[in-house]
Design a binder for this molecule. Structure first.
Ligand code: EPU
Length: 418
């Protein structure tokens, strides 16, 4: 079993380049099916979720070529199977995008119920509500979701909860539907906009992505295109927090600073110095940071995917911080691990009360999910002595070269066989 061994004491210094956004990439790859032509997708992150999506495309009969996964050529004209079943589909959440994409192109789809991080119930009722509104019949049996429609017809859909997945999946199903589809109370995350831009580059007619209301004018045909995935907001935020935690000085390149505003604002409130440039941000940590209260919200609020890394920073801030997780009910599993390292945290339902301590101490801990894994790496960088992190499968699903990047900034981290 592989583990990460981290020795604390080094302040992160230097420059780091952010990869393509995981949560945009994992939607754009399935979306390429809709064209029935050849699409080139660039700036893909080299992560296991992207490798699993390639496996699903191959199972469906698509032809895929890639340049070590950073640029992928997808020929979706050869697809001859509408069922994404099996381990790859079950291993990740984003496999549900094959439902919308195949329904949109072929009028039928079957996908194993998606897996992914264990951070809450993760229902897909809003996806199903959208597909049904467009005229599809959806069933769930023996762990497989099936959707089928003779014809998809545009509809008005109001999402009961703001859902990234449902917003994107309904866009995928609706781009070739007859007439106009409106998604109200839509998610506004940068990756929702990136997927809409990709679909528009294929000839779709989508307006309003990035606002509460998205309008999709169905088109008859889509063609191939070349698309560059946006930089990963969450990866960038992870390095911003790591730089602040180690009192380092790091320039994070290839980012869209506007996407990072909620994170920059919180870090500045704590006393961190942030300088914004055109496509980079510089983060300069200070000795003892101030505690802050934090509530996770859909974009443009503070992202749930950075709540766990941010909690690490709050464990060593001066005073008491209250963290409210409003998106996922089970996203405090990292707290038990942080307590092993000396953190003082009490969790009551969706609220964690963090009393800042002088320092954390290294310990053997687990990456309980993807972002918890990143949180543990940051904790290891500041926890006195050595930290050994197990369960790296989560980290490898979603962070490209985390240890190489941390090493390049001076972090003392290595992957060992244990
Ligand atoms: N929800 C429903 N019904 C639905 C869909 C969602 O009730 O049909 C609820 C969820 O239970 C949750 C909330 O709505 O409380 C938001 O869920 P959303 O659908 O937005 O999440 P998702 O699409 O499953 C994506 C990211 C997550 C990220 C969330 C929120 C992907 C593959 N995953 O999940 O990313 O936390 O949006 O921003 O895009 C991660 O990267 O670590 C990660 C978990």
């Amino acid at each position: 079993m592989e583990k990460l061994l981290i020795k604390s004491g080094n302040k992160l210094q230097g420059k780091i380049r952010i990869s393509g956004a995981k949560n945009a990439a994992v939607a754009i790859i399935p979306a390429a099916i809709l064209s029935g032509d050849i699409c080139f997708i660039e700036n893909l992150p080299k992560i296991n979720d992207v490798r699993q999506l390639e496996q699903i495309l191959l199972q469906l009969g698509a032809e895929v070529e890639h340049n070590h996964f950073s640029k992928m050529k997808i020929n979706a004209s050869t697809i001859n199977n509408y069922e994404a079943l099996g381990d790859s589909a079950r291993s990740m959440r984003a496999s549900y995008y094959f439902l919308g994409a195949m329904l949109g192109r072929f009028g039928k789809a079957a996908v194993s119920l998606p897996g992914g991080c264990n951070i809450g119930v993760r229902p897909i009722d809003q996806h199903i509500k959208g597909f049904e509104a467009l005229g599809a019949k959806v069933t769930i049996e023996h762990g497989v979701v099936r959707a089928e429609a003779k014809e998809l017809i545009g509809a008005s859909i109001y999402l009961d909860v703001i859902s990234v997945g449902a917003t994107i999946n309904i866009m995928l199903a609706a781009v070739k539907a007859k007439g106009v589809t409106t998604i109200e109370n839509a998610a506004k995350e940068p990756h929702v906009v990136d997927v809409a831009n990709f679909l528009n580059a294929m000839g779709a007619d989508i307006k309003g992505a990035g606002t509460d209301v998205i309008k999709i004018n169905g088109v008859e045909e889509l063609h191939g295109c070349d698309h560059m995935v946006i930089p990963d907001q969450i990866e960038a935020g992870t390095y911003m927090i790591a730089a602040a935690a180690t009192q380092g000085n790091v320039t994070i390149e290839n980012v869209i600073p506007y996407h990072l505003e909620s994170i920059s604002a919180k870090l500045m409130e704590m006393g961190v110095v942030i300088k914004e440039y055109d496509d980079s941000v510089q983060v300069i940590g200070k000795e003892r940071l101030k505690s802050v209260d934090l509530k996770t919200l859909p974009y443009p609020g503070f992202p749930t995917d950075l709540q766990q890394p941010m909690s690490v920073l709050l464990t060593i801030a001066e005073g008491t911080s209250v963290v409210t997780e409003s998106i996922w009910e089970n996203r405090f599993r990292h707290v038990g691990e942080l307590k092993r390292m000396g953190a003082n945290i009490k969790v009551e339902g969706r609220v964690a009360v963090i009393e800042g301590v002088e320092k954390l101490s290294g310990a053997e801990v687990q990456a309980t999910d993807l972002r918890a894994g990143a949180a543990m790496v940051i904790a290891g960088l500041i926890g006195e002595g050595e930290t050994l992190i197990s369960n790296l499968i989560h980290i490898d699903r979603g962070y490209e070269g985390l240890e190489e990047k941390m090493l390049s900034l001076g972090g003392n981290i290595k992957r060992i066989q244990a």
